[in-house]
Every structure is written in C-alpha cells, then in structure tokens.
Design a protein around this ligand. Structure first.
Ligand SMILES: Cc1cc2nc3c(=O)[nH]c(=O)nc-3n(C[C@H](O)[C@H](O)[C@H](O)COP(=O)(O)OP(=O)(O)OC[C@H]3O[C@@H](n4cnc5c(N)ncnc54)[C@H](O)[C@@H]3O)c2cc1C
Length: 474
C-alpha cells in the first residue's frame, strides 16, 4: 500500500523517494528491486488498483533465455548467436542489434534475478510449441511472477502506490524536475532524483489506435491491461523525446470475438485457423490458412482480420478437425449443415456454401498430416491453402467468430544501452530511464519472438534500476 501520509487528498507533497518508478508490471518491478538493492529509496506508482496490478506482465507465460549449457528447467543450450539469428529472422532485420545483443547476453542474468527474487519456473515442456530449450515458463504464470516480485518489493521496503496515475513529467533543463500524478481526485507532485518510465505500451488507448487504424480500431479487442493508455509515452513524445517504432505496428493475434474488450489474456486466443477455412463477413476466404506452421503465423492473423470489413472473421471446420487445436474457452457454434451454420453466423445467403464447396473441390484426396508441414495443398483456388487442405465433410459443422486481439504496440521512446531516454537531438535526459514495452521499439521494429518481451523488460529493468540508483540528485 501507498504510505498513508502521501494519501491526504488535495495536498501537493514531495515524496521522500530518490527513485520514482512509473508502472507496476515486470519491467517496473525489476527496476524497483534493483534500485532498492543498490541502496535507493524507491516508490512505485502503479495506475491500476491492487487487484489489477501487474499490467500485461500478469498474462505472460515465459521468458526467452540464452544459456550455454542446460539451465534447469531449460534443456541443452541456446547460444546468443542462435538467439540473435532467430530475432533477426522475425524482425526482417528491423532490430537495433547492439541493444538486442545486450538483452540476449543478459537474459541469463535476468532469469537468475527473477529466480532469486521469488519467481519459480516449471519443468521443461514437451509438445507442439517446442520451446523446452529456449523459453523458461513461469510456474503459476505471469500472475504468480507479478505476485512474487511485489512480495519481494514490499519486503525490501519499496513503497507501492496503487491507483496512482502519472500524467506529466516536467522536463526542464535536460532533466525531469517534477513528476505529476493523480491519486483519485488528488493531484500530487514528486521531485525525485531519478525517474524510471515502465508504463507499457498504448494499446488500451482506442483513440490513439484509431489515429493509425481509423474507425477499425473500435472493433479491436485488447488482450491485456486497460491501464496501458500511453499517457506517459505521449507526454514524453510531446516534449521532444525521440520516438522509435511505427505507430501502426503492433503484435496482434486472432482472438475469439466473444472475448471481453480488455484483459481476456491468453485463453481467448484461437488456434483453429490452420485446420479450418477462414472467411470474412461476406463468407469469402481472404488468406492462406496453411501458409506455415502456426507458431510462425499466429501473430499475422490479428492484422489480417483488422483489414477485413467489420474487423470480423469466422474459422469454419468439421468435427474431426476440432481435435487438432486447443479448444476455445467459448463453446463452438455448431450446425448440421453448412447452410444452417451460415444462418447462425448471419453470413449472406449461400456465400458460405459456395466457399466451402469450392474449397472441398480444390483439396487433394490424401496427404493430410497435422504433425508437420504436409504440403497437402489446394489446386486452382485463390487464395490457396498450402498445407493441411482437408475437405470439410463431417457434421456437425463448427464455427468460431474471430476479432483482432492487440497484444502490445511498438511505438516507444528511444533509449541507449544505459536505458537513458534520448531526446530527438540525440542527447540523453539526465535522470530519466525507461524499461519494458515503452522502449521495446528501440529493439523490435516489427515481428515478435516468443518470450522476448519479458526478456527486454527484465534486462532493461535491471539496467534502469542500477543506473537510476547511482544517479546523484542535481
Ligand atoms: C495475453 C498476453 C500474453 C503475453 N505472453 C507473453 C509471454 O509469455 N512472454 C513474453 O515475453 N511476453 C508476453 N507478452 C508480452 C508481455 O506482456 C510484455 O512484453 C511485458 O509484460 C511488458 O512488461 P512492462 O512492464 O513493460 O509492461 P506491463 O506489464 O504492461 O506494465 C505496464 C504498467 O504500467 C502501468 N501504467 C500505465 N500507465 C501508467 C501511468 N500513467 N501511471 C502509472 N502507471 C501506469 C500499468 O498499470 C502497468 O502496471 C504477453 C502479452 C499479453 C497481452
């Protein structure tokens, strides 16, 4: 809890903290704990109430870790050259390789830091994801990780203020002079010697998303915290901080259209597409559902659906196919015939029947093998289905409605290797550091590598905490 003497409504107070950390997710907590261990007096300002603390971090499952030899629970080795290669492939080279290498090289230290501070990891996984060598999974998921870090922060004497929303950093003479925040109706000001911005992306700000996406943004589902509104990011950009990343770039997946608008988390993601055909609201296919293995393609489908009319799509399959993917947390829509299924979905008369008939005609007679890229492709169909093209024949027929699910945005502030926030003219702001999603665009220009978000936040959190603690008040 926030110390009671800071809670008096309407008062303008100076916090007795040397370091103020803005945000309450993984990056903020790694920064706060590191700064405190280095001797600083630390206050965390978290916009969410206590029961919703932890941002997107509480939805996560794993951390991608470099290791030269087995590092329980990770098996074999995953050396930095391979890690960087994986990253360069998914980002098509749009990566600051110096900062990326820094994250990769220190990801093992981040794993040890989290372990030392109470985060537990589960035994290596087997199965389709194939991540036992590269990604360490949090026992109990991101919620357990966040709870462990808060427990550690509180034990170290870090002050945590909930429902404390930072609205403005007053940058004067090249340094943050004041931090303006709000706690309920009360406006407050802090005068710390150093500030760490770890307030996430702006994906929960639908008006800002609409600047890049237009009215389509009104139909987006936000998979994580509603508190990632980008208030601090926008405030910094308005004051001449250097921006990185494309405002229209974001990590977006297909989620069940019945998911809540915010905070549905991992369970609302739908993985039916490779074993289905996917149509828009006109009953027409619009992309190759079997282009590649799902871990390499799932993150393009949010954007594809966002480009369709009404930002909605439907994955259609038959009963045998439902055994091939993780079921949705919502029940499938089923019908005995394709015509009845189309009626249940409200698709135009006969459109789905025509699409399914054309698809079935284009499928080969054999060769279907869901365990690998089987090359079982349609013939003469546009767009093609390049793998797993199996006719939809056996009722009951099944549909799942889909919407774009935004995971996080890529626009952020530019930092250097000391996590110092840079101005547009290339000079660092003297006492301002950033960690996590708010600066991830410094490294990730496009694409995504599973487990890298938590690696960036943990490593830059540790760097920012260390640097901020060493910062002398002017
Ligand atoms: C469903 C889902 C699953 C994911 N799975 C993984 C995974 O398995 N592995 C992985 O590496 N990444 C994963 N990610 C991405 C990952 O969540 C992020 O990369 C990571 O959590 C970023 O951490 P962060 O601390 O920067 O941001 P967050 O955890 O989002 O924290 C931001 C914090 O800032 C606070 N805040 C915002 N504005 C203000 C303000 N004005 N004042 C004060 N506080 C403010 C918020 O309340 C929040 O506490 C997933 C994301 C989602 C949505």
């Amino acid at each position: 809890m926030c110390r009671s003497r800071w809670r008096r409504p309407g008062l303008i107070l100076s916090l007795p903290a040397e370091v103020v950390v803005i945000g309450g997710g993984n990056a903020a907590l790694c920064a706060a704990i590191t700064a405190r261990e280095a001797g600083a007096d630390v206050t965390v300002l978290e916009a969410a109430p206590r029961h919703m603390r932890g941002g997107n971090s509480r939805h996560t499952r794993n951390l991608r870790v470099m290791h030269r030899e087995p590092l329980a629970p990770l098996v074999e080795s995953y050396v930095s050259a391979e890690y960087l290669d994986d990253l360069l492939r998914v980002t098509a080279g749009r990566t600051d390789s110096k900062l990326a290498t820094l994250v990769i090289e220190r990801s093992e230290e981040a794993f040890e830091f989290l372990s030392r501070n109470g985060v537990r990891f589960q035994d290596a996984l087997s199965g389709t994801l194939n991540l036992a060598r590269t990604n360490a999974f949090f026992l109990g998921g991101g919620k357990a990780l966040v709870n462990a870090l808060y427990a550690r922060a509180e034990a170290l004497g870090i002050a945590v203020c909930y429902e404390a929303s930072v609205e403005h950093l007053d940058i004067r003479d090249g340094r943050v002079a004041e931090v303006h925040w709000r706690s309920g109706e009360a406006a407050k000001v802090a005068y710390p010697s150093a500030v760490i911005a770890a307030s996430g992306g702006f994906q929960a700000n639908l008006e800002w998303l609409a600047e890049a996406w237009g009215p389509a943004a009104a139909n987006f589902t936000i998979r994580g915290t509603p508190f990632a509104t980008g208030t601090v990011l926008r405030d910094l950009l308005n004051q001449g901080v250097a921006s990185v990343g494309d405002p229209a770039q974001c990590h977006a997946v297909a989620v069940d259209a019945r998911a809540p608008r915010f905070d549905g988390g991992i369970v609302t993601r739908l993985d039916a597409i490779p074993y289905s055909l996917t149509v828009n609201r006109d009953g027409e296919r619009f992309y190759d559902e079997g282009e590649d293995i799902w871990p390499k393609r799932y993150a393009i489908w949010g954007r594809l659906i966002a480009q369709q009319p009404g930002q909605v799509a439907y994955a259609i399959c038959d009963t045998p196919a439902t055994k091939l993917f993780m079921p949705s947390c919502y029940p499938p829509i089923t019908a005995g015939t394709i015509a009845e299924l189309a009626a249940a979905l409200g698709l135009p008369d006969r459109s789905l029947e025509r699409t399914v008939a054309a698809f079935n005609d284009a499928c080969p007679e054999s060769g279907f093998d869901p365990s690998q890229l089987d090359g079982c492709a349609t013939t003469g169909l546009s767009p093609p289905k390049s793998n797993w093209a199996r006719p939809i024949m056996e009722p009951p027929f099944v549909a799942y409605p889909l919407r774009p699910g935004i995971t996080f945005t890529y626009l952020g502030v530019q930092v250097d290797a000391q996590a110092r926030v840079q101005t547009a003219d290339g000079a660092p702001i003297a006492n301002l550091y950033a960690a996590g999603e708010i600066m991830a665009g410094s490294i990730l220009g496009q694409g995504y590598l599973a487990g890298f978000g938590m690696a960036i936040g943990s490593v830059f959190g540790m760097i920012a905490g260390r640097e901020a603690a060493g910062h002398d008040a002017a």
